[in-house]
Design a protein. Sequence first.
Lengths: 97, 440
Amino acid sequence: MVSLEFHDPSGAVEVKQPHAPRIPALAGTRVGFVSNEQWQAYRMLPRLKALLEADFPGIEVLPIDAFPQGNAVIGSEETAALVKASGVDAVIIGNAA
Amino acid sequence: MTNAVAGLGLAPDAAMVTFSIEMFLPGSDISPVETRKREFYDGLTRWRSAFAGDGAGQAPMITVEATSVEDALTQANHLMLAKRWGDGLPLWPPTRGRVDWILRGAAGPRHRRLGTFPPRGGITTIESCAVALAMAGGRPEYLPVLVAAVEAFLDPESGSETLQAASGSAFPVVIVNGPIGDEIRLNAGFGCLGPDPQRPAGASIGRALRLLQQNLGGALPGIGTMANYGGLRYTNVIFAEDEGSLPAGWAPHGTERHGFVPGTSSISLAFANGATNIRRRGAKKETPEEDAFQGMHRMADFMRVPNMAGLSGYEHGTPGILMIPGVVAQTMAGLGWTKASMRDFLWEHSRIPAGELRRAGGPAWIEIDTSKVARDSLALDPWPITARPDNFVIVVAGGGHPTNSYWLQGYSPGVVGRPIELPSSFATLLADADRDLGPR
């Protein structure tokens, strides 16, 4: 019998921080969008905003352009700070393809 | 997306609602947003990561057992494909012995951390490079070049974090300067972008880089990389500049672009998304001046295209890498041309008239570019394909024949240089290579 032992080439990754906790319910919350303005986000995100507003009483959904838009800026620390300062309970980010 | 999430240091999953690509096209039916709205709501309220723990630590060793060496190799290759670690060509299983042999080429400790490979965030060490090089059929004396190339790749200036996942099929181009190219049998001459048993180093170094991109970086086709075509990704592109054919007064690329002292072994890494052979030589009774001038125009004409992906390097990167054979460089230098005057010519004559740019929808892409320099360039008519002539990379390489030059179209936010660190035993490694591979 021949035994061949070799390295797993996929290595390891580090998990340095947890995902954001989920919110218990959407009614009465404040929700924002961060849009890259690509891949029909300009149509899909407003549709989702309207759905949220119709389905959850007391929800406040910020305008799609409340935060800077576009691939060039949505990943920046500045945008993250604006999102945090806005006091939203949750954000939806889109679109990737 | 999960690669990108992992690369941020989060668990490698995320609350996502995914649709088929058709919904992301202009004029699409977006009603599934409504029919699947519950998935969005659940993502905000009920979703939980499937991963626990910090994920760090050594990856385990893999074992296969078989009745013969040949069967063990077969099983190992089947397993590596099943695990999505291969590229479809036969692999050397990276056994401890083989990896330790490759590590004889290491200039630092095997666990020295080089960074994390984007976007997945795989921890990248000298040992990871040796594992990939072992799989790719490499040798110890290649390791210093691979490590330098990986360091450049991981430099945020290279743009690799975006290009690894992007649809534009970018592939890294590694240009090697200094004596190491010849020493390790890296091709600078005939067929330098293809296979050559006399100078085989580029095949396994480039292949190892690709395996790292896939196995540590997560760039699996259609899953971790959306590259439509993925051209030249079996081995990427790696070659040496033919410094022996540089005309007097022409500096090596590593000196011109990165300031390395001539004679320094170094690499320079950029990304390209296209590769084109250009028939540069004239066909009739041209004078040397006419031949040079027409060839320059023909090369500029190949560059005068609306390569919107190239905008990523408009300010600091490169519109592409032009390779010219040494015999052409010598002729051009005899007529008074320098690399700098060639770059000036190409910059001027590759400009695109504004009307043609508009017709191709170019302004929309330029207007949303991150670079103000790129956005402001819209005011220029004809529009220059890069911010300044110095962004063009010109390298003397290719066989000693005057007919063709080669254009590697850029998709390169930066051009990153690194000196190559050698182990103290490097001369021994070269002697071993002479023993193993025969005379040059």
